[in-house]
Design a protein around this ligand. Structure first.
Ligand SMILES: Nc1ncnc2c1ncn2[C@@H]1O[C@H](COP(=O)(O)OP(=O)(O)OP(=O)(O)O)[C@@H](O)[C@H]1O
Ligand SMILES: [Mg+2]
Length: 1081
């Protein structure tokens, strides 16, 4: 078992107690209560130490699955809840590993589940033992022997639909590894009376019904049978079919099983022929026929069945017919033939049928044995399984019950013997002092039955063999005399007077106090059944049959081997076989399965207390418990014991380092268990009282609760702690990662800032260095350059004359020079005229000369103008100055001006000095004359003109009569305030005098002259030339006022129509208006 595997115990989750040894207090009542309690929870198995009590559940429980097999496999007996598998496993392992032959004794009353239990044991062993082709074949043959034997040996009874009507002991043989090799089956006491007669509600053996329902028509024909059960006397009719039993299907199963077991086809056929023969035999009927001697002789009534039977078995019909009518008795070498009456004939017929069937059954068992026997001679390990009737106590108990109960007494005896022996051996092994165990030893009862001198069976044989009249009554008499003293024998007629008045004991009965209880036997039939007679004529007839199997079954019919000795009685045979069986069992390690039937109704979940207590009593289960408990109720190896209870003591919990035994000692001392309650064996602790065990169990249960709480507490704590630690760890990881991340970010920032700062500083430094270096480099380069230039210059200077390179510059200069030369020459030739107004100028020959060309042009122009001006005389200059003045005054203001431009300002048009006419005027003219001309003076009254001479000097102007030369008016120039003219092409102008002056008294002058421009210009110049007064202002307007004496007259210039022609007319319109009509331009 691995360390981690949880160690379980029978004591875990027990319903009631799993082991009756632990029952406290022990009484039949508590025993049955415990069984009932467990049964109601479907716990059908309970232990008494190593004995398994099995209750028939009457329904299929899910406790025989492959999983269950695995669960119980290789586990210790007390480790799991009670189970037939635990016992099988224990037996098998002890056989395989410790080389101990085993026997499994299954007892219990009919229908208690013995056969099922034996099959469960076999199937468990088959499941856990070795595998392989050969092994599997053997297993299969062993398992398949069951259906064959059940078909021929089982029948429906009132107690059990599949009741085994024979006792069976099977030895399964294994090799050294524990693989099955084969087996040997022994059968005991087939209930052959069933062949000819069945109690009410019961059936004959299954095979009859199976054959009739399952065989093919063809086969039935061959066997000369019909399907109808009712045709056969031996088949009772009232329960021919059984619920839940499919005879036809079972027939197929049986045939198949026979094939697997190894029956040959004709063997099967022979067996079926015998079965058919039995049925036919049952149908033979007899009728009386009176004989001469007065006795009745029997005759076969209807010979048809007889004939068919003889055909079937190959018997001569007459021989058989005769055997049913006569009986040959041989005595002292003499053969005496007596006739049989009808009753005797029927007796003979039934005896033949019973014998035929039971011998066939024995042959079947032998045949199976032949098939399944181990093929090797090597030593074998053996596991025996005994499935035999349990104790039987019916209302009418006969020879069979007596025999069976005898068998059970023997079984009980070896149980006691072996249990005690085992117990004792264990005590010796464990070094425990042997204390005498009080128990009932049934040896005395066995002695009563089997004693060779005065045992009941010996008495019976004696009676049977005694000459003279022998009846059941004589047998009882004999018992009464011989066994009367025996304390377990009771009979009314015995000498022991105490039963004389016991009315529960009829006269033809005797009573035996079996270990399981008292049983009353009726003596009727004892002698007959013990004799078990078959007339020799019949066996000889059978031997003569032309049927090999038949011949084999009746060897005593062989006339060559006539044996006058009586065949052994049934009782004798049985005793012998029980003896063999017991000897066989005694060499083996026994394992007990005690089957109990919970109710009579074959119903699930019904627990009949009276029925169970009855069985408990006669199975001697209480006795079993007592024997088991006589010394120590409970024992357990130290290791598992310590393992189970170590939590009850501080020193042993949780680990005990020293030997387990010492641990247990410490534990028990600590728990203050009284010393008489236990003993220390070599490997086991022995506990005397179940009380102590339950005390330990109870303490353990409490402790487990505490421990569970503790484990829960620790587990919860652990779980929360691990969870917390995980969280913490995770938190640390997260924090670490986060910090790392944050620091990384920070670092990256610092780093990049540092890099920036660094790069700036480096840059700055580098630039500084660079600048310096550049400066140094420049300095160096400058020095170099200067040096180079200087050198160059030096060299050039020295070598210039030798270089053509200068030629370019020279050529360039030369070309430029030439171009310039040509330009100037060309310019000289194409020079425009010297007229300042000449606008022409030669075209520019080269773009680069643009500036020069324009500059030359303006220089030339200025120079030309200067040349032009330089040729003027002073007079001419003055004239032009005047002309310029006139231009300033009138250009674009007066229409008359352009016509004046071409006329030179002559000034003196009258040649005053030379003309004597104007001698007088010279006097007036003390100063240089500036202008002298004839003009028109406009009459103020009508506008008509009058010619006058107009003279102008630097100081004044004079108006004189043209004809006379008489001065009409001399006006100093400073008295003039302004001159008004029109803008038109007329010569009118008004000289306005300053108000208040002497000259102003006569009023303003309105004059007209063609040389108006010259006059006004000269007037203006004169004014401007003198520094003491303002220059005369000239108003140009087409409407102006003229002061005539007191009146102001408006002079208005209008555009004259075409009819006026080119003349200017002046008309006085009214006092105030003088209209001057001028020609259109
Ligand atoms: N463990 C079991 N689980 C389910 N049913 C069971 C069990 N044991 C017995 N039975 C039922 O009880 C019936 C009788 O059992 P079984 O034939 O084994 O009795 P038996 O003790 O052999 O009787 P007999 O002495 O008449 O042969 C079975 O046919 C089956 O229906
Ligand atoms: Mg059975």
């Amino acid at each position: 078992m691995s360390k981690m595997e949880v160690k379980t115990s029978l004591l875990d989750n027990m319903i009631g107690v799993g082991d009756m040894v632990l029952l406290e207090p022990l009484s039949e009542e508590t025993f049955i209560d415990n069984l009932q309690k467990r049964f109601s929870h479907n716990e059908i198995y309970t232990y008494i130490g190593s004995v398994v009590i099995s209750m028939n559940p009457y329904r299929s429980l899910p406790i025989y699955t492959a999983d269950k097999v695995e669960e119980y496999r290789n586990r210790n007996f007390y480790e799991l809840s009670p189970h037939i598998y635990a016992l099988s496993d224990e037996a098998y392992r002890s056989l395989r590993d410790q080389d101990k032959d085993q026997c499994i004794l299954i007892t219990g009353e009919s229908g208690a589940g013995k056969t099922e239990a034996s099959k469960l044991v076999m199937s468990y062993v088959a499941a856990v033992c070795g595998k392989g082709h050969e092994v599997n074949k053997v297993k299969e043959q062993l398992l398949q022997s069951n259906p064959v034997l059940e078909a021929f040996g089982n029948a429906k009874t009132v107690r059990n639909d599949n009741s085994s009507r024979f006792g069976k002991y099977m030895d399964i043989e294994f090799d050294f590894k524990g693989d099955p090799l084969g087996g040997v089956i022994s059968n005991y006491l087939l209930e052959k009376s069933r062949v000819v007669k069945q109690p009410r509600g019961e059936r004959n053996f299954h095979i009859f019904y199976q054959l009739l329902s399952g065989a093919s028509e063809d086969m039935l024909k061959k066997l000369k049978l019909g399907r109808d059960f009712s045709k056969y006397n031996y088949l009772s009719l009232d329960s021919a079919t059984v619920n839940g039993l499919d005879d036809a299907a079972n027939f197929r199963t049986v045939r198949n099983a026979m094939q697997i077991v190894g029956f040959l086809e004709d063997e099967v056929q022979s067996v079926l022929e015998l079965v058919a023969a039995v049925l036919k035999l049952g149908n033979i009927e007899f009728k009386p026929e009176s004989r001469a001697n007065g006795f009745d002789e029997s005759r076969v009534k209807d010979k048809n069945d007889l004939k068919e039977m003889c055909e079937l078995l190959g018997i001569e019909q007459l021989v058989l017919e005769r055997a049913f009518s006569f009986r040959t008795v041989e005595a002292k070498m003499e053969k005496v033939s007596t006739t049989l009456n009808v009753a005797q004939a029927y007796y003979a017929r039934d005896a033949l049928a019973k014998n035929l069937y039971s011998r066939m059954f024995s042959w079947l068992v032998n045949r199976i044995n032949e098939s399944i026997k181990a093929k090797t001679k090597a030593r074998k390990k053996v596991m025996g399984v005994l499935d035999i009737y349990g104790f039987e106590i019916f209302e009418d108990n006969s020879f069979e019950q007596f025999i069976i109960n005898y068998c059970n007494e023997k079984l009980q005896q070896i149980f006691i013997e072996l249990t005690l022996r085992e117990e004792q051996e264990e005590y010796v092994r464990e070094g425990i002092e042997w204390t005498n165990i009080e128990y009932f030893n049934n040896a005395i009862i066995c002695e009563l039955i089997e004693n060779n001198q005065n045992g009941i069976l010996a008495m019976l044989d004696e009676e049977c063999l005694r000459p003279g009249t022998v009846t059941d009554e004589t047998f009882l008499d004999k018992l009464n005399t011989v066994c009367a003293e025996h304390q377990h024998f009771e009979s009314r007629l015995s000498k022991n007077s105490k039963f004389l008045t016991d009315h529960s004991l009829p006269h033809n009965c005797f009573r035996i106090q079996h270990y399981a209880g008292k049983v009353l036997y009726q003596v009727e039939g004892f002698v007959d059944k013990n004799n078990d007679l078959l007339y020799r004529d019949l066996s000889q007839a059978m031997y003569k049959a032309n049927h090999s199997l038949m011949k084999l079954l009746f060897p005593e019919g062989n006339p060559a081997k006539v044996n006058l000795k009586r065949p052994p009685t049934a009782g004798f045979q049985f005793k012998a076989s029980v003896g063999t069986l017991m000897r066989n069992l005694q060499t083996k390690n026994p394992n007990y399965i005690r089957c109990i039937k919970p109710n009579d109704k074959k119903a699930a979940q019904v627990f009949s207390e009276s029925l169970v207590s009855h069985q408990v009593r006669y199975l001697g289960l209480m006795e079993n418990v007592r024997v088991r408990r006589a010394g120590y109720a409970f024992r357990q190896a130290y290791e598992p014991c310590l393992e189970r209870y170590k939590m009850l003591c501080k020193q042993t919990w949780p680990h005990w380092k020293d030997l387990a035994r010492k641990g247990v000692e410490v534990l028990l001392k600590d728990l203050k268990v009284p010393e008489e309650e236990f003993s220390y064996g070599r490997s086991k602790i022995f506990i005397r009282n179940p009380r102590t065990l339950f005390f330990l169990e109870e303490r353990r249960r409490q402790c487990l609760e505490d421990l569970a709480t503790l484990i829960q507490k620790i587990y919860r704590g652990w779980k929360r702690r691990t969870h917390f630690l995980l969280l913490k760890k995770s938190q640390v990881v997260v924090a670490a990662w986060y910090r790392r991340y944050a620091q990384q970010q920070k670092y990256q920032k610092i780093k990049s800032s540092t890099i920036v700062v660094q790069s700036f500083i480096r840059g700055w430094k580098a630039r500084k260095i660079l600048r310096e270096l550049k400066y140094q480099k420049r300095c160096k380069e400058a020095v170099t350059t200067i040096a180079a230039y200087w050198h160059g210059m030096q060299v050039r200077r020295e070598y210039r004359k030798f270089f053509r390179a200068n030629a370019g510059k020279k050529i360039y200069d030369f070309t430029i020079q030439k171009i310039m030369q040509k330009y100037f020459f060309d310019l000289k030739n194409t020079m425009p005229s010297m007229s300042p107004i000449d606008k022409s100028w030669p075209a520019r020959p080269f773009l680069f000369l643009e500036g020069t060309h324009q500059q030359l042009r303006s220089i030339f122009h200025l120079w030309r103008c200067k040349q032009y001006r330089d040729q003027f005389t002073e007079e001419k200059k003055a004239i032009y100055e005047e002309k310029l003045e006139a231009s300033k005054l009138f250009k674009d203001k007066k229409a008359l001006y352009p016509s004046s431009v071409g006329q030179p300002f002559k000034g003196d048009y009258l040649d005053i000095n030379k003309n004597p006419k104007y001698q007088k005027l010279n006097i007036v003219m003390d100063e240089k004359l500036l202008l002298a001309d004839v003009i028109n003076k406009v009459n103020r009254a009508n506008g008509k003109g009058a010619s006058r001479i107009f003279l102008l000097t630097k100081k004044n102007f004079v108006l004189a009569d043209q004809k006379t030369g008489q001065v009409k008016a001399s006006i100093p120039l400073p008295d003039l305030s302004s001159v008004s003219v029109s803008s038109h092409n007329d010569g009118f102008f008004a000289l306005k005098l300053k108000q208040g002056t002497a000259s102003a008294a006569k009023g303003d002058f309105l004059l007209s002259s063609d040389r108006l421009i010259e006059i006004i210009t000269k007037l203006h110049r004169t004014g401007a030339a003198s520094s003491d007064r303002e220059p005369l202002s000239v108003d140009i307007s087409d409407e102006f006022l003229v002061q005539f004496k007191q009146d102001k007259v408006c002079v208005k210039f209008v555009q004259g129509g075409p009819k006026n022609g080119n003349s200017v007319t002046c008309k006085r319109k009214n006092n105030r208006l003088l209209e001057v009509s001028v020609p259109p331009p």
